[in-house]
Structures are given as structure tokens and as C-alpha cells.
Design a protein around this ligand. Structure first.
Ligand code: AHR
Length: 660
């Protein structure tokens, strides 16, 4: 019996996923191989399966102020005054002005309220108007152009001008100011440019609108955008987009998550209400406790994919909402199925289709590439057990019109039989894994071992390791920092390695949630990958762990062997370059020396690249200390097909060998 076989049998592990590991010598150095050391063996001549090209992606929904106060560039909070039916929350009156929500003569049915600003009794010495503090501040960058859009009307007696300004919180500094006039008794849109001068960036600022004479005006929409990613109108915050692009994502799963389902059928992500110009978007309450303007609507999600060179994984509403409501399969569900078909046409149809033409009208004539449609989100929670029949109805309709599309069903984590759809075979099943670090460490060596290799394929559409005693939805986790520490990233690392080893079956995966606004009160879930406030952004150690995995991956899964070590890992090869990419995760608080063997290559380059993320388990990144834990890249020399390598304690290490 050979060594590998005996080890795999002893550990009860499949040969394809076992790592042969041992102890080692000096940190980060190569030494002559030592026969007594345990080892990791990479079998470069044994390709287990192709590595799916779309393996690493992103999952997104409106949670933790991910879009409003996050990726979506809008700086004005409650820009359409619909966040509260009774008062203009996030707005305040200054200079003796009186403000109220007005339902008379609205702009349209989508923006069916306005803010009435009455300065007739205002003080003569101080300009009267309104102030908006943005999403925890208006970010001011020096020498920058901001674009304001204001839809307003005035009482017939008002003939004055309106000033708009970005002003410091203490009112002492005006960063930029402009004015416009020409208001009439009918609604009219005013586009105004604000330019800041020299200075230092700050978010201690607010947006102020004042009238130069007493009178009454109504505001239907007040919008302010900084420069956006690719200068797109209604676009995205640049620094957050850069963070995402740096993850090299191949797909974007949207719009949820719970966000696609909504608390009720009425408050689902109703995509048809999220397109056209922003003044035609109703907005809706999001299930995470605040209102979305739907400024980031279906076309913006698609644009976001295009900007990242990723493909959409489109989740369609499937007739189940979080408060336990469901739509009965059959005739009742038919309008929702038709909505999904229309949505797919909006995404993929050419301009001679009805919804393709609408997309062109909305500004994007070219269709988007789409391969995957997910039917619902965690619909297995539906206690009425209607998901099987609902899935069948969606699946049949989608396949009839779009046979090339792959359908994804939702399923409970660990693929339990009882949460599976049975009346149809989905092309893929989406299971979610939020697990403690310890659970990931313990389950990852055997992960997916017993899954049926004949399919359906698997999508891990949400996952994350948490390192606190609290599950992600536990309110007690509010006391913990918003983003995870290095210990959590180690948990992420072992699970990602397990998913890579099983990528013959697991075709796509994405961490969730992606974003958290770190201001008090903004968070509903922990841990989250990327933290930000109005002006700064940082990646958690989990962000960098994901980046190390997603940026360094080949197109072939290689056989690997290991034993009797806590180190877990995986290996792939890039068939175009011959590079062999080995990922190792050491969860121990001690270093680990390994004898690394690379078998089955004719020649190995004398140097290799090593990327290391390591530190103390509790090390982390924050807004004020964003780069405490980041990967370090260096070169290794004198590489051999067999050598000893020392993994630092608490580390994720990517080794890139050049092989021929
Ligand atoms: O990622 C946060 C939530 O976790 C998602 O909205 C939901 O799908 C899951 O329960």
C-alpha cells in the first residue's frame, strides 16, 4: 500500500482532497528536504477537473447601507422625502424656515410627495432654508466637481433665486456654492454644478438650500453626486468600486439575499419600478429596516457587472416574502413568472423586443450576457412547502423561452434532502454557509465529500466565517467591530480551499455581505467584508483573504495530498502559463514547517512568488487603521521540486510556482 493511500484511508478522506503536511524549519526559507518531515504533495500530472472560470464572484443586496450611503453615489439622504410619510426626516429647517411633507400636486405617481419650504416668516438676517447631512456627512474632496439636480416648483409670488451650498458642519466654511432661479408654478428640473477649491478632504459637511427672498417653494427631488466610477450618471462611488474590481470577480449575484424577497409581496424587489429615470422610481422599504430610493435599480446592477467585467447571476422574485407570505403556485403565481420572463428580456433581449427596447431607452442598447437565473432566495424557509411547485413553474417557463439559461434553486446549507426541490432538476443549487471559524476548520477537510457528483452543480451563493460568539444576525454582535479580524479570515481561507478542491461540483461561490457602513446604527449584520464611512474605505482581513484566492487561480484543479496537520489547502494550475498555484492556510498559533513536493513537472522555475497574510488572530483593519493586515508579496529563490517551507502562525499563503 503506498503512503498516500495509507494516509487517506487512515484519515477517511478522499484522495483528491487530502493534503500531506508536516512541520518545518526557518520561516519563509527553503531548506534541503528532510525525509522525516510530513509533507504536502502537489500532483501536477493529475488534473482532477477544470477549474470553473466563473468560480469567484460577489453577492450583493441592500443591507448595512450598502447602496444608499454606500456604493450608490447619491450624497443626499431622503432625496425624495419618502423615508417617512409624516416628516422630512434627515432634513432640517434653518433661519426660521418651516418645512412639511406635502401630498398636493406631486411630481408624478412615483414621487407622490414633496417637501414644502416656507420662508415667509423667516428671520431677515439669516438665510432661511433646509439642510441635509447626507449619509453620516457629505464627503468633500478638494478641487472636485459635484453635480446637483433639483426638481422644484414655487408659489406664484416667488420670483427669487435658490442657493445651494456645501458647508462645514459648524457653518464656518463654504466649500462650494451656486444659485439658480426661474422657478415656476410647474415642476422644473435644475442641474447645477458645484466646484470645491483647495483644502483637505472632510465628511464634516452638509448640503444647504436657501432662498434669497421670503416665499414658498416645493422640492420633489434633491440629488447631489460626486464624480462617479467611469463618470457614469447615476453612478457608483469610485473608491468602493475600485475595491470590488481589485477582487477580480467573475460574477455578481443580485439583488439578494433577503432584498429580492422583501418583507411582504408588496415590498419585494419589484424590478419594473427600479428602471427609467430616477424621478420615475417609487423606492421601497428594504427588509433591513430602511427605505431604498431604488436609485440603484436593475440597469445599475447590470452596469455594475459590466464595469467589473463580471456576469450577472440574476435572482428573480419567486413568490415568497420574509414575513412568511407566499403566492400560490398556478394562476396566482403567473404574473410573477411573467415578470421574471420580462426581466430576463430586459437583461438579454435585443432592441426589437419590448423590454430590450425599454433597456435601450434607459440608455443601454446592447444586451447583457446572462447564463444563470436564481429562482428566489432561501425559499426553503417557506413553511407552506410551496417552493417545489413554484420553482417548477418558473423553471418550466424560463426553459421554454430561454433553453440556454441555467436555473438555480435555493437549498438549505449542507444540502439536506428535505430542502431540495424534487419535481424538477435544477441546473444548480444555492446553499448558504454562515459558520463560526471553528466549524469551518472542522468541516472543511470533508466538505462536499458525500455530495452527489452527478449534480445538480452547486453554488455557494452566501458564506462567511464569524469569529465572535454571535451568529451574524444576533443583535449582540452590534457591540463587536463591523468587520472581521484575521481569525475569521483564516476560517474563510480553509472554506475557500475546500470549495476550490471541490470545484468539479462547486461552480461558483461568493462571500456575503459585501458591504457595511461603519457608522453607528447602519449595520444589521456582522461580519461584512468591506467597511466604509462617507469618505474612507477599508478591506477587512476577509477581504484580503478573498482577494488572494480570487486573484490567484488556475484553470485546472490539481490532485493534492496531506496528512496529520491542521494546515489545509488546495492547488490549481494555469494551463496557459504552466504556473502552479498552491494555497495553504495555517490556523495554528504556531508556525508550521512543511515539506512541499511538486510532482509531475519537467522543470520548475528557480523562483516563485509568495503572498502571505498573517499576524495575531485578533489583528484587524479599521477606518483609522485600514492596512494593519494586508498580504505581503515577495520572491522565493532556489526553488526545487521538493523543499521545506515554513508557514507563519495564523497565516494564509499563496505560492506561485513557474513550471514547464
Ligand atoms: O447575507 C445576509 C442574509 O443572509 C441574506 O440576505 C440572506 O439570504 C441570508 O439569510
Amino acid at each position: 500500500m503506498n503512503l498516500i493511500k495509507s494516509l487517506t484511508q487512515r484519515l477517511g478522506l478522499p484522495q483528491t482532497s487530502v493534503f500531506l503536511v508536516s512541520a518545518f524549519a526557518a520561516t519563509g526559507t527553503f531548506a534541503q528536504s528532510n525525509a522525516s518531515l510530513p509533507s504536502i504533495e502537489i500532483q501536477a500530472n493529475r488534473v482532477m477537473a477544470p477549474m470553473p472560470p466563473t468560480f469567484y464572484g460577489l453577492m450583493t443586496e441592500e443591507i448595512n447601507y450598502a447602496y444608499e450611503g454606500g456604493l450608490y453615489g447619491e450624497l443626499i439622504r431622503n432625496r425624495t422625502f419618502k423615508a417617512n410619510p409624516h416628516e422630512a426626516i434627515f432634513w432640517s429647517a434653518v433661519g426660521g424656515a418651516v418645512i412639511s411633507i406635502d401630498t398636493n400636486q406631486p411630481l408624478n405617481t412615483a414621487l407622490n410627495v414633496s417637501l414644502k419650504l416656507d420662508t415667509s416668516k423667516a428671520s431677515k438676517t439669516c438665510p432661511a432654508g433646509i439642510v441635509n447631512g447626507g449619509y453620516w456627512g457629505i464627503p468633500v474632496q478638494p478641487k472636485t466637481t459635484y453635480r446637483a439636480s433639483i426638481i422644484a416648483r414655487a408659489a406664484s409670488e416667488f420670483s427669487g433665486s435658490v442657493s445651494i451650498s456645501i458647508v462645514s458642519d459648524d457653518g464656518k466654511k463654504v466649500f462650494a456654492t451656486e444659485k439658480f432661479s426661474g422657478l415656476t408654478t410647474d415642476w422644473k428640473k435644475f442641474d447645477v454644478t458645484l466646484k470645491t477649491g483647495r483644502g483637505t478632504p472632510t465628511a464634516k459637511a452638509r448640503f444647504v438650500i436657501t432662498l434669497n427672498q421670503p416665499g414658498t417653494i416645493w422640492l420633489g427631488l434633491v440629488s447631489l453626486f460626486p464624480p462617479t466610477w467611469n463618470d457614469q450618471p447615476n453612478g457608483f462611488r469610485k473608491d468602493l468600486m475600485q475595491m470590488l474590481v481589485d477582487l477580480n470577480p467573475k460574477f455578481l449575484r443580485f439583488p439578494g439575499g433577503n432584498y429580492v424577497e422583501g418583507d411582504t409581496v408588496e415590498t419585494r424587489f419589484d424590478w419594473k419600478k427600479t428602471i427609467s429615470s430616477i424621478e420615475e422610481r417609487h423606492g421601497h422599504p428594504c427588509p433591513w429596516g430602511y427605505r431604498s430610493t431604488d436609485g440603484l435599480g436593475l440597469l445599475e446592477f447590470l452596469q455594475w457587472c459590466e464595469d467589473m467585467k463580471s456576469e450577472p447571476v440574476l435572482a428573480v422574485y419567486a413568490g415568497y416574502s420574509l414575513k412568511g407570505m407566499h403566492v400560490n403556485p398556478g394562476a396566482d403565481l403567473e404574473p410573477f413568472v411573467q415578470d421574471a420572463l420580462d426581466e430576463i428580456e430586459y437583461v438579454t433581449g435585443d432592441t426589437n423586443t419590448a423590454w430590450g427596447a425599454q433597456r435601450a431607452k434607459d440608455g443601454h442598447p446592447a444586451p447583457f450576457v446572462l447564463h444563470y437565473v436564481e429562482v428566489g432566495n432561501e425559499d426553503w424557509f417557506d413553511k407552506s412547502k410551496s417552493y417545489d411547485a413554484r420553482f417548477a413553474q418558473f423553471h418550466d417557463a424560463i426553459k421554454a423561452k430561454y433553453p440556454q439559461l441555467k436555473t438555480i434553486s435555493t437549498i438549505g446549507d449542507d444540502q439536506p434532502e428535505k430542502t431540495r426541490v424534487k419535481s424538477r432538476k435544477p441546473d444548480m443549487m444555492d446553499g448558504h454557509y454562515y459558520r463560526s471559524v471553528d466549524t469551518f476548520l472542522q468541516m472543511s477537510p470533508d466538505y462536499a465529500k458525500n455530495y452527489d457528483r452527478s449534480g445538480p452543480e452547486i453554488f455557494v451563493g452566501e458564506w462567511a466565517a464569524y469569529e465572535t460568539p454571535f451568529v451574524p444576525w444576533d443583535k449582540r454582535s452590534q457591540k463587536e467591530p463591523p468587520t472581521p479580524n484575521l481569525k475569521a479570515a483564516i476560517g474563510d481561507g480553509v472554506f475557500m480551499a475546500a470549495m476550490e478542491r471541490n470545484a468539479d461540483l462547486i461552480k461558483m461561490q461568493c462571500y456575503a455581505p459585501l458591504f457595511v457602513n461603519v457608522n453607528p446604527g447602519a449595520r444589521q449584520w456582522r461580519p461584512d467584508m468591506i467597511g466604509y464611512d462617507a469618505i474612507s474605505v477599508y478591506g477587512s482581513p476577509s477581504y484580503y483573504a478573498f482577494q488572494m484566492f480570487s486573484q490567484n487561480v488556475g484553470d485546472e484543479i490539481l490532485a493534492t495530498m496531506s496528512a496529520e496537520t491542521a494546515v489545509q489547502g488546495c492547488a490549481t494550475r494555469d494551463s496557459r502559463t504552466g504556473d502552479i498555484i498552491v494555497k495553504l492556510v495555517n490556523p495554528q498559533v504556531t508556525i508550521e514547517a512543511l515539506k512541499l513536493k511538486i510532482k509531475g513537472v519537467a522543470a520548475l522555475g528557480a523562483t516563485a512568488e509568495v503572498i502571505t497574510l498573517s499576524g495575531s488572530p485578533e489583528d484587524t483593519n479599521t477606518i483609522n487603521r485600514p492596512r494593519r493586515v494586508v498580504p505581503i508579496t515577495r520572491k522565493l529563490r532556489d526553488v526545487n521540486a521538493q523543499f521545506t517551507y515554513t508557514l507563519p502562525a495564523n497565516s494564509i499563503v499563496v505560492l506561485k510556482f513557474h513550471a514547464h
